[in-house]
Design a binder for this molecule. Structure first.
Ligand SMILES: [Zn+2]
Length: 376
């Protein structure tokens, strides 16, 4: 990861570059701020820069050190992050057990939340921790001299997850650091770090991102420009929130497209078209099916009186809103309750792993009758 891969934070990048140029790299630093401000990618870009053999304003990306950093596989780069037991790792889990997944998520997503990480490694129902076994591992990792670089760099992601034993061992290491070792701690909740660790680190604060920096970084993302502007505006300087908002807008659009198609076919009494529609709904997967049904239920329930406060409606375009308004005349007190209960039943059957093709075909035929019952 190079500085250029980290969104915004121009001043902080310059400050970090100058610490290396001036030979003032502190041996224990704490990057603090919301994950969406980029603490972890920044820590990594900084580590790569420290280790680079041909630096300018950024690491070169090409030297032997950078090549290894690009794959997160430099022998003098170490990671510690919260983990827990899984079906595969049943006993004394440590970061090294999860290194392949860690590299994958970090290289692919760069920005992710603690919960994203737990879901990625399949421990979403448990709290991740950094255990005492991990602390032993840290100690043995750091007991050798650096292999290739001048310094060993240890990035500790979420030191608030250190248990008391491991926190005390890490504290000892920070107090009496092995030679040529740099610790970079990355935290979201500095208030939950052992105060003695907190007071012995140099604190680097990450601030919310500028709206224009988020917009620029999302230009190549393939989302529509107006959606990128809206998402960046609503993100409060948090890149992860901007991404989440874009994904919500995308699924809201897909749901509305599906719903519009469904209603047109029902209104036109197009039975073959409805069966095709049911087939295509059957192929999108259960989560998307449920998301669609909940969306359809809500639009039905509200009788298309669209509530502008609902977050995912904010993203609907003018034409889509207009369509929804016009269509509302077809839903009234004669059919709204039955429509709602048909959709509700459909959600139940999908949740019980019923045959989606049959469920959606059945829904299509019933909704067709209900919509046309009130044709005028
Ligand atoms: Zn380099």
């Amino acid at each position: 990861m190079q500085f250029k891969d980290v969104v915004g934070q121009k001043e902080l990048k310059a400050k970090l570059v100058s610490t290396v140029a001036d030979g003032r790299v502190s041996h224990a630093q704490l990057f603090e701020g919301s994950m969406g401000y980029g603490g972890l990618p920044m820590a990594l870009a900084y580590a790569q820069f420290i280790s680079c053999k041909n630096r300018g304003d950024d690491s070169c990306g090409k030297c032997s050190s950078c090549v290894k950093y690009n794959k997160l596989a430099h022998p003098d780069l170490h990671f510690v992050f919260p983990v827990n037991t899984t079906k595969k790792i049943r006993d004394k889990p440590v970061s090294n057990n999860f290194l392949p997944q860690w590299r994958e998520i970090l290289l692919e997503k760069k920005y992710f939340t603690e919960q994203d990480w737990y879901e990625f490694i399949g421990i979403e129902n448990k709290q991740g921790i950094i255990s005492a076994h991990e602390a032993d591992k840290i100690l043995s990792n750091l007991s050798f001299k650096p292999f290739e670089a001048e310094n060993k760099i240890m990035i500790v992601w979420l030191p608030e997850r250190l248990n008391p034993t491991s926190a005390n061992r890490l504290l000892k290491l920070i107090e009496e650091p092995p030679e040529h070792t740099v610790f970079i701690l990355v935290t979201e909740t500095p208030g939950r770090i052992l105060p003695t660790i907190y007071s012995r680190t140099q604190r680097i604060k990450l601030h919310p991102l500028k709206e224009e920096d988020i917009v620029n970084s999302l230009k190549e993302s393939g989302f529509a420009e107006k959606d990128i502007f809206t998402a960046s505006r609503l993100s409060e300087g948090n890149y992860i929130q901007a991404m989440q908002a874009l994904q919500v807008s995308e699924s809201a659009k897909a749901n509305l497209d599906n719903f519009m198609q469904f209603m047109r076919l029902a209104y036109q009494n197009d039975i073959l078209g409805l069966l095709d529609w049911a087939d295509s709904m059957a192929s999108i997967g259960r989560e998307k099916q449920k998301s669609f049904l909940v969306f359809a239920e809500r639009l039905t329930r509200e009788n298309f009186i669209l509530n502008r406060n609902i977050a995912d409606i904010v993203y609907l375009g003018f034409e889509e809103l207009e369509w929804a308004r016009k269509f509302s005349v077809f839903i009234n007190e004669n059919n709204v309750f039955e429509l709602y209960s048909q959709l509700n039943m459909c959600i139940l059957h999908i949740s019980q792993n019923g045959n989606a093709k049959i469920i959606f075909a059945d829904l299509a035929m019933k909704v067709k009758e209900l919509i046309r019952r009130n044709k005028f």
